[in-house]
Design a protein around this ligand. Structure first.
Ligand code: SF4
Length: 430
């Protein structure tokens, strides 16, 4: 038994309908009260009748009555308006600051043992990586799982919106700039997100827009600003970029980021920053108003094509300047990476756009795009699948990731609608 579970029991009134205080007075609950997560009593504004007399005030919940004294509530005026002390186990009488003894309700007499057993089963430490309630999931009605997962899709997008809001604030409300910075951030993947973001911030989008039909110039500008064109090169291509960048530098005050920021270590060569910057240059060069273009593209397959950009031909047989590789392959970003960019960057941006503008249609468009995309494939989703939680699209896989990472891993079963459905299952009496 935990205090959090007692709060839950009281909040959802998972108790028998015939309640009595420890003095044998009948209790009728008209309003459980508002759960208070700050200092002071646990429930505010409760409304009860005790022995036929109506009371309005606060309720304090403890595992044992003696916790009242241990927490020194009898010396705290914040507890003067406690009308009922709800405890799991009554082990002593307690007093308010004015010396009166508040009525006590000992819950263990009124909770069905199955509720406690269900809760305990969810809290049991697991010996493997499986979803803790996997065995009980078949007993949860599908509509409960579906409606909760629908909510978690939005919750996951909200969680991802933090980066969007930060960049929107930094750009002073410019959606185009936020979009450019955000996409750059996610182009860097986990390892080079920050240098990519710094690169985008150091390179004015308007300057790039001037060369929008000349991807090589855009690449020269971005490679130079990335600090990757410094020194002597053997190959013609980096020398060309270098010359272009020097010419551009003469006409604008350009401050490159440090080339030392970029990480190549432990990356697949196709994800090297050199390749990604070239691909990003081609994406930026393909549209001077990326945000507006994306906004007018509600179809996931068209978005994929837009993002699935190709690095310059030089990179077909190079991963770094002056280092040729034996195999020649066209370096496209690839469908999977394009889908990740849509999921992580574009969908949260579109969602925030709808929220800030108060236009639900854009939030719906964001969810609609996720629904058109296939689910991701990773270890967490395979674990969910083993428990019978399947994803047919990215909206559902995003919800499952949110469920696993933010609920199951932290055992927030009391905040989970699936957990609620499991806890309240009481076997039929024969
Ligand atoms: S958080 Fe929900 S889905 Fe996860 S183990 Fe608890 S009850 Fe099950």
């Amino acid at each position: 038994m935990t205090e959090a579970f007692l709060h839950y029991i009281w909040q959802h009134q998972m108790v028998s309908s015939n309640l009595f205080t420890t003095n044998g007075q009948p209790v009728a609950v008209h309003r459980v009260g508002d759960l208070n997560r700050d200092a002071g009593p646990d429930f505010f504004n409760s409304h009860l009748s005790i022995d036929g007399v109506e009371w309005a005030g606060n309720i304090e919940v403890h595992l044992r009555s003696s916790d009242w004294n241990a927490h020194r509530h009898s010396q705290d005026p914040a507890y003067n308006n406690v009308i009922l002390h709800v405890v799991y186990e009554h082990d002593c009488d307690i007093r308010l600051q004015n010396g009166t003894v508040p009525p006590t309700l000992e819950l263990r007499r009124f909770i069905h043992p199955a509720l406690v057993a269900n809760y305990d089963s969810l809290m049991e430490p697991s010996s493997d990586d499986s979803i803790p309630c996997a065995q009980r999931l078949p007993q949860v009605p599908g509509f409960i799982v579906d409606s909760f997962l629908d909510r978690l899709t939005a919750e996951r997008i909200e969680a991802k919106s933090q980066v969007v809001r930060r960049l929107l604030e930094e750009s002073r409300g410019s959606w185009e700039q936020t979009c450019y910075w955000l996409i750059a951030h996610y182009f860097g993947g986990k390892v080079n997100a920050l240098p990519f973001e710094l690169l985008a911030k150091a390179t004015d989008q308007r300057l790039l827009a001037r060369w929008k039909d000349n991807p090589q110039r855009v690449e020269a500008l971005l490679m130079g600003q990335a600090g990757l064109l410094e020194g002597y090169f053997e190959d013609d291509y980096p020398r060309l970029l270098q010359a272009d960048y020097e010419a551009l530098q003469a006409g604008a005050s350009l401050k490159p980021v440090s080339g030392y920021l970029w990480r190549f270590f432990r990356l697949r060569p196709s994800a090297f920053p050199t390749i990604r910057i070239s691909q990003f240059a081609h994406l930026v060069a393909s549209s001077s108003n990326l945000f507006s273009t994306l906004l007018e593209t509600p179809e996931a397959d068209r978005l994929e094509k837009l993002f699935d950009c190709q690095a310059a031909d030089y990179w077909n047989n190079h991963y770094r300047f002056d280092q040729s590789s034996s195999r020649s392959t066209v370096k496209r970003l690839g469908r999977m990476q394009a889908q990740l960019l849509i999921i992580n960057a574009w969908v949260p941006l579109l969602f925030v756009y709808g929220e800030v503008r108060g236009q639900q249609q854009y939030k719906d468009q964001a969810i609609g795009i996720l629904e058109q995309l296939p689910p991701e494939d990773n270890a967490v989703l395979r674990r969910c699948q083993a428990a019978g939680l399947n994803a047919s699209n990215a909206a559902r896989s995003q919800a499952l990731l949110q469920l696993h990472n933010n609920y199951c891993l932290n055992r927030r079963c009391l905040n989970c609608r699936i957990g609620h459905s499991i806890i309240k299952q009481i076997p039929q009496e024969k």
